[in-house]
Design a protein around this ligand. Structure first.
Ligand code: F6P
Length: 359
């Protein structure tokens, strides 16, 4: 068997561990593996396909990023293509992907990606490409799996940052508003906010009322807690308000969220009179060494993808369904994004321990 492997979308800690798990599981079956560099771009035009064996994946389990490179502007169905007049047009290059796949003599593709990349994978599968997906994203917003790899590391990074922010907030009697990633889901904000003892956690699933946030800060003040830590997910919105974006969608890309912490901090300062600072953690959450949990999950996902191909099943995604790893159809997994359910026990826990959720 000749297996192709690609990493697409934003990077996430654990990508290299998935690659290592998949490559070693394939090599042990006597198969060969080829890495497609920089998402599907490696099969479109500038042919960038590299052979991956045990030597190429040695010592990378704990290394952040991806040895194959990635892009979140790599949708072959909407490939950004320069036109003679200098403009950029989105062109459907999916047939070229299938042709390149056949020309290389590949038997199957392991595609490691988040919601966007897996959606592309599903469309390629429907066009006849035999593939298995591996759910990657720090956002944890892919349905069908209890967890995506990369999420646990991002939550750990954000929690660590909150611990540090606490001491400076307390020293200065300030309000610190910390913005975390997560796109339109509040998983990182909620889990890191709880673990990092935030006083207020604002998530996209619960539109917030700024007055309720300020009430919490004033109550703490009255009890002698003259500082507060607010965690806000980048996709959070005020009641009736819209997303705060840094940039609207460029060709082949998505809108770039960001800036809500500054908006919330300003409102808090005006309404409470308390000195307030905003901090955006940004891509820190995507980098660095994966946690033990993510390393193990990634290795399991990589090996499971090859096991799935060996069993002749395609059009599915590996998924964490404790205590085991199983396979769910891509179609089912992509039917709707996985948001934080309002009856999640983490939401209940937050309320029961006195965290303000902004509602
Ligand atoms: O999907 C992962 C993610 O990090 C989101 O949390 C965030 O909104 C987005 O990617 C940032 O993308 P970029 O790397 O293009 O800034």
């Amino acid at each position: 068997m000749r297996i192709a492997l690609s990493t697409g979308g934003g990077d996430a800690p654990g990508l290299n561990a998935v690659i290592r798990g998949a490559v070693l599981a394939a090599v042990s079956r006597g198969w060969s593996v080829y890495g497609i560099q920089r998402g599907y771009g490696g099969l479109l035009g500038n042919d960038r396909v590299v052979s991956l064996g045990a030597d190429e994946v040695r010592g990378i389990t704990h290394v952040g990023g991806t040895i194959l490179g990635t892009t979140n502007r790599g949708d072959p169905f909407k490939w950004p293509t320069p036109q003679p007049d200098g403009s950029i047009k989105e062109v459907d290059r999916s047939d070229d992907i299938l042709a390149a796949f056949a020309a290389h003599g590949f038997d199957a593709l392991v595609t490691i990606g988040g919601d966007g990349s897996l959606r592309i994978a599903q469309k390629l599968y429907e066009k006849g490409l035999p593939l298995v997906g591996v759910p990657k994203t720090i956002d944890n917003d892919v349905s069908g799996t209890v967890m995506t790899f990369g999420f646990d590391t991002a939550v750990s990074t954000a929690t660590d940052a909150l611990d540090k922010v606490h001491s400076t907030a307390e020293s200065h009697d300030r309000v610190m508003v910390v913005e975390v990633m997560g796109r339109y889901a509040g998983w990182i904000a909620l889990n890191a906010g709880l673990s990092g003892s935030a006083d207020v956690i604002l998530i996209p699933e619960i539109p917030f009322d700024i007055e309720s946030v300020c009430r919490k800060i004033r109550e703490r003040d009255a009890r002698g807690r003259r500082f507060s830590v607010v965690v806000v997910a980048e996709g959070a919105t005020s009641k009736g308000g819209g997303h705060v974006v840094q940039a609207s969608a460029a060709p082949g890309g998505m809108e770039r969220l960001g800036g809500i912490a500054a908006v919330v901090a300003k409102e808090i300062e005006v309404r409470t009179g308390k000195e307030t600072r905003a901090l955006t953690l940004g891509h820190l959450q995507r980098g660095g060494t994966p946690t033990t949990f993510d390393r193990l999950l990634s290795l399991r996902f990589g090996a499971a993808a090859i096991r799935c191909i060996a069993g002749g099943t395609f059009g599915v995604m590996v998924a964490l369904t404790p205590p085991t790893v199983s396979f769910v159809s891509l179609k089912e997994a992509l039917a709707k994004p996985k948001l934080v359910p309002l009856d999640a026990d983490t939401i209940l826990t937050a309320r029961e321990i006195g965290v303000c959720l902004g509602d």
